[in-house]
Every structure is written in C-alpha cells, then in structure tokens.
Design a protein around this ligand. Structure first.
Ligand SMILES: NC(=O)c1ccc[n+]([C@@H]2O[C@H](COP(=O)([O-])OP(=O)(O)OC[C@H]3O[C@@H](n4cnc5c(N)ncnc54)[C@H](OP(=O)(O)O)[C@@H]3O)[C@@H](O)[C@H]2O)c1
Length: 364
C-alpha cells in the first residue's frame, strides 16, 4: 500500500521556491504533514524570498542545495520521507529567468535535461531511502496535447493521449518542454515498476494561476496576467493573442495531496497513473485578448489594461478555441473540485498588487 498519511513521516517538496512548490508546502502543512522544503540555493534572491515566507510556517524544514543537476543532492532531503512531491523543473520563464540555474547554458537543452536527468537524480535519492512509498510527479498538459493537424474539431484531450502521438519525429525532437515531460513520465513509470518499493502518480496541469504567496513565485502565466492588469503588453508567450487553459494552483495542489493519500490503484485507472488538471470555470479555453481582458476589466473597472498583440504582419491573429480540455478523471477518481476562473484571475492580480509586483495605471 503506497497511500500516505501524516503519521507515515515527513514528506519532501522539490522546487519549494516555485509557484506550485510553495503552494504545495503550505497545503501539506495545513493537512498535518511535516515538510522538507527543497530549495536549490538559499543565497539566491529567489531562495531568500522563499525562505522568508517558509519561516513563517510551522513544521517546515528547509533543505538547501537540492539541485537537479547535482548528483546525490536530494539524499538528505528525502531521508525518512514517505513521499516526494516533485515540482522542480528548469523552465525558461520562472520569475527572473536570468537567475535560473544553468546546465549547458542552452535553455531548451537544460529544460530537457532538468526534466529527465534531474528526475533520474531525484529517483536515485529516493531509492536510497526505503521510507519513500510514493512519488507525485508534476508533468504538464504539454505531455498530453500534441500539435498534430489530423484531429477533428472539438477533440477532447484526455489521459490516454500523448503529445508524441502522430508527431513527425524531427518536430517532436524540437519540443524540448513537451518531450521532457513525456519522456520523464515514461521513465518514472519504468523506474517505479523496477523499484517495487514506491509507486508514482503523475499530474498534468494546464497553465497554473492563482494567488501569489511571495515574489519569487511570479513568472509564467501569473506574470502575464499581472502585465495585463498593469496596462502592459504581454511578453514571453503570448506576445500575440492565444488561448489560455487555466488551472487554479489551489485546486491543483489539493489534487496532488489527494493523489498521495488515495489508496486507489492509480496505474490501473483509465489512461494509467496520470491525471489531467484543467479548469477555466467550465470552459475549455479562454482567449486572452477577449475573455481574459474582459474578466480583468470587470474585476478592476478602474484600471487601464494592456494585453497581447492581436495582429501579426497586418493580419488578425487567429486563435483556435475548438479543442476540449476537462479533468473528468480527476473529478471522478480523486474528487477534484474547480473554483470559478474569475476568482483565480482576480486573486492573481490582487496579490500581485499587495506584494508590490505590479503597479496598476488608473483611468482618469
Ligand atoms: N506554470 C505552469 O503553468 C505549468 C503548467 C504545467 C506544468 N507545470 C509544471 O509544474 C511544475 C512547477 O512549475 P511552476 O510554474 O510552479 O515553477 P516555477 O515557479 O517556475 O518554479 C520552478 C522551481 O524549480 C526550481 N528549479 C529550477 N531549476 C532547478 C534546478 N536545477 N535544481 C533544482 N530546482 C530547480 C526553481 O528553483 P529556483 O528558485 O532556485 O530557480 C523553482 O523552485 C514544473 O514541473 C512545471 O513544468 C507548470
């Protein structure tokens, strides 16, 4: 039996200075766990900002020096732990991406290696600690959704889909992030089978948004929502208009905890041991320049808003909105619940203002 409870001992969270990792630590503490919060570098501004936040929480032990690129750096962190929540990843768009650690120096190569080789490193440390019963791995919708063009309109993406399905190998090879997540999922499933001591549950979230707990969490999609509210153009994807598939971080981390605590045989559920987490308040996607801007305008009518570029080379950008994403399996099997996306977006912006991350421009 691999399900865990707080009585089984501490749990570890990798990437505790990140958006999902920081929320995961808090969720686990609220549910009675002792948490070993793994951070990469306590001297970096992200490390310091995260530590300042974590020190306010009870039952947290901060473990410094946990680096995906450094062998054995998770050995001490996992000692005595019943489960590992693996949220750390090398991403090109975390808060202040410039201060992100480098392996080779190439963002795409480091993204891939940080996923696969970094997770191999994490698993090597798990295998040295016989207390570990379960790995909760945070993959992505990017490991499910492919860019093939032969699918019917209104296709619903589910846990049985793999982003590599039907893809031209050369194109797939260039998708460093999606390939990293898909290859790592296959790898951890094989390693869990080989281990026999621990099993794995993978969660595949869409774009993770929600309240910001500390400044080092502001990157990715949260940063882009903040830019719109601050009257600025969006930058790192989407500079141009696109569809957003949002999951609230609180709904996500709740499911990650429930997956760890569930005694369901995850491997034999439909699509295997993986759960898509996607919300958007009952819609599949939201178009940034219309749906998202309208939600922000309604919540903050006094703000001058920014947004994405809606034209490319003089032509309107077309935003395909016909694919369907849901999290039916997570709802049915794990009891996932989803809060209204309007609340998620509003709280991103409110907390970004409270923390001094953005300064809105007021209408006269
Ligand atoms: N954000 C999304 O919308 C989204 C969507 C789907 C899936 N995901 C996945 O969800 C997970 C969490 O994403 P996030 O957006 O919450 O992350 P994030 O806020 O960008 O944080 C990334 C975390 O990974 C750590 N990290 C980076 N390089 C590392 C290394 N070499 N060694 C150890 N730790 C390292 C960072 O530590 P430092 O602070 O020291 O750099 C930070 O704690 C990732 O696996 C991501 O791929 C994210």
């Amino acid at each position: 039996m691999s399900a865990i409870t707080p009585a089984d001992g501490p749990v570890a969270v990798t990437g505790a200075s990140g958006f999902t990792g920081g929320h995961m630590v808090r969720e686990l503490i609220h549910h009675g766990y002792q948490v070993k919060a793994c951070i990469r570098d306590a001297t970096s501004w992200r490390g310091q900002d995260c530590i300042q936040y974590l020190r306010k929480l009870p039952n947290v032990e901060i473990i410094d020096g946990c680096d995906l690129f450094v062998d054995e750096s998770y050995d001490d962190a996992f000692s005595g732990c019943s489960a590992v929540f693996h949220t750390a990843a090398v991403l090109g768009n975390s808060a202040d991406g410039k201060s992100q650690p480098k392996g080779t120096g190439s963002t795409s190569q480091d993204t891939y290696n940080g996923g696969l080789e970094g997770t191999r490193n994490v698993i090597d440390s798990m295998n040295k600690n016989s207390s570990v019963k379960r790995l909760i791995y945070i993959s992505s919708l990017a490991a499910i959704k492919s860019y093939r063009e032969d699918l019917p309109k209104g296709y619903e993406w589910t846990e049985t889909d793999w982003a590599s399905d039907g893809m031209d190998p050369d194109t797939w090879e260039k998708n460093a992030y999606g390939k990293s997540k898909a290859d790592t999922e296959h790898f951890i499933n094989d390693m869990a089978d080989a281990s026999g001591a621990w099993d794995v549950v993978t969660i595949n979230p869409a774009m993770i948004c929600g309240p910001v707990l500390f400044k080092a969490q502001v990157g990715q999609w949260v940063e882009q929502l903040g830019r719109i509210a601050a009257g600025l153009e969006t930058t790192w994807v989407p500079e141009h208009d696109m569809a957003f598939n949002i999951i609230d971080v609180r709904d996500l981390i709740r499911v990650q905890r429930l997956a760890a605590e569930s005694d369901i045989d995850h491997k034999n559920t439909h699509g295997g041991s993986r759960y898509l987490m996607q919300g958007c308040g009952g819609k599949s996607s939201l178009q940034v320049s219309t749906d998202i801007v309208n939600i922000i305008q309604e919540a903050f009518p006094g703000f001058v808003l920014g947004g994405p570029k809606t034209e490319r080379d003089g032509k309107a950008v077309e935003v395909p909105m016909d694919a369907i994403y849901d999290c039916k399996k997570a709802k049915q099997v794990l009891g996932a619940t989803l809060r209204p996306v309007e609340d998620t977006i509003r709280e991103v912006i409110e907390t970004s203002i409270d923390l001094g991350v953005i300064t809105p421009q007021l209408k006269n």
